[in-house]
Design a protein around this ligand. Sequence first.
Ligand SMILES: [Zn+2]
Length: 251
Amino acid sequence: MIRIVRPRLPTELEASLLALSQEMAGTPVPERDKHTDRMWERKTVRRDVYRPVREALEDMASGIDCCMYCGNHMADTVDHFVPKSRCALRTFYWPNLLLACSTCNTRFKGNKHRSDGLVGSLLIDPTREDPFEHLDLGLASGVYRAVERSAKGKWTIEICGLNEGKRPRVRAEAWGNLADDLQGWAHARAAGDVKNMRRKIYRMRTQPFADVCYAALHKAVSEEASRVFAAEEPDVLALLRDDELRAAFHM
Ligand SMILES: [Zn+2]
């Protein structure tokens, strides 16, 4: 899971969402739950709202449409951060909409929601806060753990199934590919091959589980870097700290 910047929507789409939110607010409270599902499935809403919202979320996501929870690519569903069954009024609220893969959206997260005891959710919202404050990704293992027993980190790992199935294995493989591409990028730079440098950056940016790449860049400048990268080739850490490489990732 990585930090995502949420832009403003085009004015027309923002107005459509506002009109739908007002329609929901005008619906008597006991009828809202049923009405929210009907509105969400309405043909004109699917065409004029759902699709452009999903496209805006895809543009916002890292890599090739990476799921904002698990980081895997080609996510194609719009998820309600606070489920619409919990708060119908947020069904068409832009800050409540995230891009999710169907595994996260339906199999793991679904309608689950837990309050943080204050006004927020116990689930990390990557569009509002930095997930690295709560989650730590083991690069070699591909396994997430909660930072200093962060309750948000623990609940996020659990509710999104971040360590379930083959996810850790695929992340560990992504880390191996990333280390190879870093070396390839350095060789291309030494040879003055700008085209190949760009190709390597593109590969690193677009591989599945974009969180691996950003976790490596994050760890490389952390206090624990020497320990984390001790088992890796010595130049991997130097490359992750390289100003030119980091600039290509807007770090
Ligand atoms: Zn996912």
